[in-house]
Write a protein that binds this ligand. Structure first.
Ligand code: GLN
Length: 242
């Protein structure tokens, strides 16, 4: 009898409201890189009012405008216990920009609205006067060079219990003071980097995939993939002006 392929379920959080910067590309990268290695994949979307699924292996959430963050805010509080439980259980999650901010403790918008976060990441964000837009390069102790594009006005300050994703080599990152970018908690990555992030940084995609497979099946050996064109794209992206 033919052996069933191992299967990984990817959940995209709030794609209806939090997907304005092409962050869907992150989901697609995870899906393709799993399938190229012979895994079956299932994609699920979670939007405001949906029932949170029981069976999830990877979670990805994107960026959005302040108005989108306000729209999802109440619902996000409702699913916070499930998300916290999964984060504590080492489920790999990637949250970008608007959802990165809301995985923190709170986001105070420029208009003075305080949007409570869910506190998986120990950080706070305050809406700034300027938009921070441009190519960004980050150096991370865990992932090496990370390349992306930032577009935010929120300024994020990390608390004691969260480490940064990395140090900014070019660009701004979390704020214009400490030169750090993003945040980490267990297998959760929060970052301002669009791009989308994972097609430009497949080493992070493979790390997420590995963590998901180890968590579900106990062990993993990922076949290497041909990333020649990605490497070329990364080299070009690095030379672009800010
Ligand atoms: N509204 C937030 C900000 O501008 C988030 C932006 C985003 O998700 N790109 O800081």
């Amino acid at each position: 009898m033919k052996k069933q392929p191992q299967s990984i379920t990817i959940l995209q959080l709030y794609p209806r409201d939090m997907n304005i910067y092409g962050d869907w590309g992150n989901v697609l990268t995870l899906k393709r890189r799993l399938e190229w290695r012979g895994f079956a994949t299932k994609l699920i979307e979670y939007n405001v009012g949906d029932t949170f699924p029981d069976d999830v292996d990877l979670i990805v959430g994107g960026g959005g405008q302040d108005s989108g963050q306000l729209r999802i805010s109440d619902d996000l509080q409702k699913i916070a216990p499930q998300l916290k439980r999964l984060a504590d259980d080492d489920l790999p999650m990637l949250v970008i920009c608007g959802l990165y901010q809301l995985f923190g403790r709170s986001f105070t918008t420029k208009d003075g609205d305080i949007i409570p976060g869910i506190g998986i990441l120990d950080l706070e964000t305050i809406g700034g006067d300027e938009r921070i837009v441009g190519n960004i390069i980050v150096k991370s102790p865990e992932f090496g060079e990370i390349i992306g594009y930032e577009n935010h006005s929120g300024l994020t300050t990390l608390g004691q219990n969260t480490s940064a994703l990395g140090d900014v080599i070019k660009g701004v990152g979390n704020n214009n003071i400490d030169g750090r970018e993003g945040a980490r908690y267990r297998n959760v990555i929060g970052t301002y980097l669009h791009g989308p992030l994972l097609p430009k940084n497949p080493h992070i995609a493979d790390w997420m995939i590995s963590q998901a497979i180890i968590r579900k099946y106990g062990a993993v050996v990922l076949d290497p993939l041909e990333d020649k064109y990605t490497e070329q794209a990364r080299d070009i992206a690095k030379k672009r002006p800010r």
